[in-house]
Design a protein around this ligand. Structure first.
Ligand code: 0RA
Length: 683
């Protein structure tokens, strides 16, 4: 059947029937449509509804989306777009709204063409949300009226009707997930914030607000608006880093009906953070857009370095690895017909995207380097250093691996040893970074606690390659400090500390270093783990301060609990624009009245007075002073340490992947299987 026939709605074929299938299959096999019926599937409902509104924004009609978790387990999503059409649908004979809400695959891909995020590509249609909701209400502002229709488990309760007049336009969907379908009904505020923040970055200029109005939760209101789009995203990723090029490269260009957007900046560290998106969907496995980007990046920097004689004639070309150290980049493409491939459908397959990104980004980057010669030199200079470090590590490895290389070595100078010589009472803290190492040295009990600071960045140079890790000075120090030697020469009897405690920052870099260490222990010091000698320190995530009271929270849940105990009120945060500082240090206003025990009668003005809970999110161990570090993380009386099992260590790589934030695999899997073949179903 041709698109025209579908548009006219005058042809009835097999395709049409599949296109307008009812919702029974969704309730029979929900997992097929939303990945799972656990927490991930539950949240999928919100993503689905919000994605539809984002489509409307991307099409240029909506500017604002408001999401609220309501007190009765409902969620509401409102946009100020055109409103879902309410007139009668030619094929189904009921309103377009009812068609969208009751027929599979009928949502999204109607209206004008172009690259729409959802419509069977990203999402599964709002009808799936309807099918899996014990209650859903649609409120449409359109044609000067307010229209309303209610549903239960996908079934309309009455025909659509006008319930008032309004000049506004837009769509409001309120739904309550069906408790008989979902095994988990509690929405995770942090997860929703993260997702909507990311969507805001990817949709330049949109305003998304989110409110938590649930019972038993503190009222929270967040607002996201990033004029700079992914450029603002880079800025926020780099807010605690030293950057190499002050000006962020940013390009946003259309090409043959597709769109390529790239933002890039280097920091002075060694990690590579390159995130790719197609139609706002994260592609953890990269794909053609990533290949095009990498090709252009390496070639452009080599050309520029040669032309400007920064890379000397006799020097080798920079490799891909060299040019990606310290790189943070976001590549976001929009295209009409995305194909996703790979094990988890996390990889973009459209071949044309390689050329598009290579061309557009390559040109833009070249112009950028020419126009910002100081930045250009700084970037190429850094890449040359990376290249030299790579060559040096290669020769160091040859030396270290020679038999006996670790023997007869004196204890490393960086080790602050403990005074006790009884291994069973001794602890070795492996600490990320010299500054946290300094705090740990001052805060520790020097009788039984030894501190070995590790320079994380040096570890990162080596990445996860074990052969290289062993050539690494920091690792060598660690092995010598532990005293056990390695592999065939390993001797547990010689272990100098019975507790080896890994203490890293609670961020991605920290997780990376922890992973590298766990991998090292797992491969070369397995016995250390099986005999229970390896631990992970758990520093608190937050400090909460009210007046002179200081409390620490080790999880978000605990944070919420403490705030309630301290009499916390509304949490409000606005993250706006490029100058967005830090959405995480939030001051909460607490009406003084609530917290005072004394009598407050007749003190009306005083009721307005507020005292504040200052919430500090610890981004790194270095933010704690020695006393705090001792009290929260090192004092055996009050600290939390997690003993590492072999399973933990074996899973280290996966844990790292998880921390990089992607558990949407099942969803993507679904999308590939169920993407509708019909691209232009018109209603
Ligand atoms: C198709 C056509 C038109 C609006 C929409 C879809 C629409 C869908 C959603 C879902 C959530 N919010 C939405 N907003 C709009 C309108 C076509 C026209 O007015 O000409």
């Amino acid at each position: 059947m041709s698109k025209e026939e579908i548009k006219k709605g005058n042809a009835y074929g097999a395709d049409q029937i599949t296109v307008l299938e009812g919702l029974d299959p969704v309730r029979k096999r929900p997992g097929m449509y939303i990945g799972s019926t656990s927490a991930a599937g539950l949240h999928h409902l919100i993503w689905e509804v919000v994605d539809n509104s984002i489509d409307e924004a991307m099409a240029g009609y909506a500017t604002q989306i408001d999401v609220a978790l309501l007190s009765d387990g409902m969620v509401s999503v409102t946009d100020n777009g055109r409103g879902i059409p309410v007139e009668k649908h030619k094929v189904t004979g009921v309103s377009a709204l009812e068609t969208v809400l009751t027929k599979l695959h009928a949502g999204g891909k109607f209206g004008d063409g172009g690259y729409k995020v959802s419509g069977g590509l990203h999402g599964v249609g709002v009808s799936v949300v309807n099918a899996l909701s014990e209650y859903l209400r649609a409120e449409i502002y359109r044609d000067g009226k307010i229209w309303e229709q209610e549903y239960k488990i996908g079934k309309p309760q009455k025909p659509i009707k006008a319930i008032g007049v309004s000049k506004a336009t837009g769509t409001k969907i309120i739904f309550k997930p069906d408790a008989t379908i979902f095994t988990e009904l509690e929405f995770n505020w942090g997860k929703i914030l993260d997702r909507l923040r990311q969507q805001s970055y990817l949709t330049k200029g949109i305003t998304i607000s989110i409110a938590d109005e649930r019972k038993g939760h503190r009222l929270k209101k967040y607002k996201f608006h990033f004029e700079g789009g992914i450029k603002s995203y880079i800025k926020s990723l780099h807010r605690n880093k030293t950057v190499k090029n002050e000006t962020i490269l940013y390009i946003d260009k259309d090409i043959n009906g597709s769109k390529v957007e790239v933002a890039l900046q280097y920091n002075d560290e060694y990690n590579e953070t390159v995130m790719t998106f197609a139609n706002n969907i994260h592609n953890p496995e990269g794909g053609t857009h990533l290949i095009g980007f990498k090709t252009a990046l390496t070639r452009t920097l080599n050309n520029y370095g040669r032309n400007k004689n920064i890379i000397k004639e006799k020097q080798e070309n920079l490799t891909g690895e060299d040019v990606r150290e310290g790189l943070t980049a976001i590549i976001s493409v929009k295209l009409p017909d995305p194909q996703f491939e790979g094990q988890t459908k996390g990889k973009l397959g459209n071949a044309e995207m390689k050329g598009y990104v290579e061309q557009i980004f390559g040109e833009a980057f070249n112009t950028f380097l020419e126009e910002h010669p100081k930045e250009g030199e700084a970037i190429v200079g850094k890449c040359i250093l990376s290249s030299q470090a790579r060559l040096a590590a290669r020769s160091a490895r040859a030396t270290i691996l020679r038999k006996g290389a670790l023997e007869g070595m004196t204890l490393p100078g960086k080790l602050a040893d403990c005074s006790s010589r009884h291994p069973e009472e001794c602890e070795l803290y492996i600490v990320e970074g010299d500054s946290a190492g300094g705090s740990a040295k001052q805060g520790r009990n020097r009788k039984f606690q030894a501190i070995l600071p590790l320079r994380g960045k040096i570890l990162n140079v080596e990445r996860a390659r074990l052969d290289k890790m062993l050539a690494n000075n920091e690792i060598k120090n660690l092995v010598i400090a532990m005293g056990t030697n390695i592999d065939e020469q390993f001797d547990l009897e010689k272990l100098r500390y019975h507790r080896i405690i890994i203490m890293t920052d609670a961020d991605v870099d920290g997780a990376h270093i922890r992973t590298l260490l766990l991998t090292l222990f797992f491969r070369h010091f397995t016995q250390l783990i099986t005999s229970g000698h390896v631990y992970i320190a758990q520093p608190p995530l937050y400090q909460l301060k009210k007046g002179t009271t200081i409390r620490y929270a080790y999880s978000d849940k605990e944070k919420e609990k403490i705030i309630l105990e301290l009499g916390g009120g509304v949490e409000e945060a606005i993250e706006i624009g490029e100058e967005n500082e830090d959405g995480e240090n939030v001051e909460i206003e607490v009406p003084e009245e609530e917290t005072k025990t004394g009598k407050k009668k007749g003190q009306a003005e005083d009721a307005k007075k507020v005292s504040k809970i200052n919430i500090q999110r610890y981004k790194g161990l270095g933010e704690m002073n020695p006393d705090q570090l001792w009290e929260t993380t090192m004092n055996p009386e009050s600290r939390i340490v997690k003993q590492v099992t072999v399973e933990d260590a074996a899973k280290a790589d996966q844990i790292f992947d998880m921390l990089m934030g992607d558990n949407v695999a099942p969803r993507k899997n679904f999308i590939q299987t169920h993407a509708t073949k019909v691209k232009n179903l018109d209603i």
